[in-house]
Design a protein. Structure first.
Length: 314
């Protein structure tokens, strides 16, 4: 088979997928046979590892903060959207990306929109931080949630460098400029400084949970031990409001917003059949998504990275 025939076959395959994508996903602004007019209920998907910037999510597994914020702002500016359901299936991600999304949810509520979070398989750490900003949180009895805490990962490759015979030379402007370099071990003072940063971000997490869940900071601090819970356990602890699935969250959001009858659903964040097809390889179990996320971090930096991501899910 010639190269031209192979390329032509690939193009035909992609064209067929694009056509099917339009058939199945193209009309995203309609719901349950209703016309695309009147009061709407928005659905914003937050799936995969939460990461900053416009991360390419073609193969799934990454929830780009820029993309999610864009969807939230679109819903906020649409006067026909009266409520938003955040459909969450994420183990968390980086602190700044989480905070960016959480801030946009606050602005969404300031616009008078009802916000309900619906957690699927997983809603832990940074994903729970985001969910805590909603008016109500739904989870399934077996949903994995919690993991309120912060961790910082740093790779010490000093021994590997020695085995490979690689010597690292650094010219720096100050004693801490190469703090967290993979070529050497952390010093005691450096470790103390990084621990202070982790503690500060944990305080920010605790404050967000206390404010969002309307509980005392003392109670939130007690729950901020990093452990995970099932949805049923989280309900008893006051971390969620109700046990229920996606459609229960849709119904509740519509009722809270005063939408009568079957709401018109406007979906944000779900693209076409290509992402649905390829995303299945990395999003369902989360394993490949985590590995891909870690590789993206390695590409950016080999220094310390502040994470809202439970160790258990890796």
């Amino acid at each position: 088979m010639t190269r031209q025939k192979i390329i032509a076959g690939i193009l035909v395959f992609l064209a067929a997928f694009a056509a099917l994508s339009f058939i199945f996903f193209g009309d995203k602004g309609r719901g349950a046979g209703t016309a695309d007019s009147g009061e709407k209920l928005g659905v914003i998907y937050i799936e995969g590892i939460i990461a900053g910037g416009a991360v390419d999510s073609f193969l799934g597994g990454i929830a780009s903060s820029e993309a999610v914020m864009k969807h939230i702002r679109e819903a906020a500016e649409d006067p026909t959207v009266k409520a938003v359901v955040l459909r969450i299936d994420s183990p968390g991600g980086t602190v700044p990306a989480t905070q960016e999304i959480a801030r946009e949810i606050e602005k969404l509520k300031e616009k008078g929109k009802i916000v309900v979070a619906s957690m699927g398989d997983t809603g832990t750490s940074g994903a729970y931080w985001i969910a805590a900003k909603a008016h109500k949180i739904f989870a399934n009895p077996g949903t994995i949630t919690g993991s309120i805490g912060v961790r910082m990962d740093y790779q010490n490759l000093e021994r590997l460098y020695e085995k490979l015979g690689i010597e690292s030379e650094v010219i720096k402007s100050g004693p801490y400029k190469d703090m967290g370099s993979p070529t050497r071990e952390l010093g005691a003072e450096e470790r103390k400084m990084l621990q202070e940063m982790v503690d500060e971000m944990l305080k920010q997490f605790i404050d967000a949970v206390a404010e969002g869940r309307k509980i005392s900071k003392e109670k939130a601090a007690e729950l901020a031990n990093g452990r995970i819970w099932t949805g049923s356990q989280a309900l008893k602890l006051g971390l969620i409001d109700e046990l229920g699935n996606y459609y229960d969250a849709i119904r509740e959001a519509a009722e809270m917003a005063g939408i009568r009858g079957e709401p018109v659903i406007k979906v944000y964040g779900k693209t076409g059949l290509l992402e649905a097809f390829f995303g299945g390889f990395s999003q369902s179990s989360g394993k490949l998504g985590v590995e891909r996320f870690q590789w993206l971090l390695i590409q950016k930096t080999l220094g310390p990275v502040m994470l809202l991501l439970p160790e258990e899910l890796q």
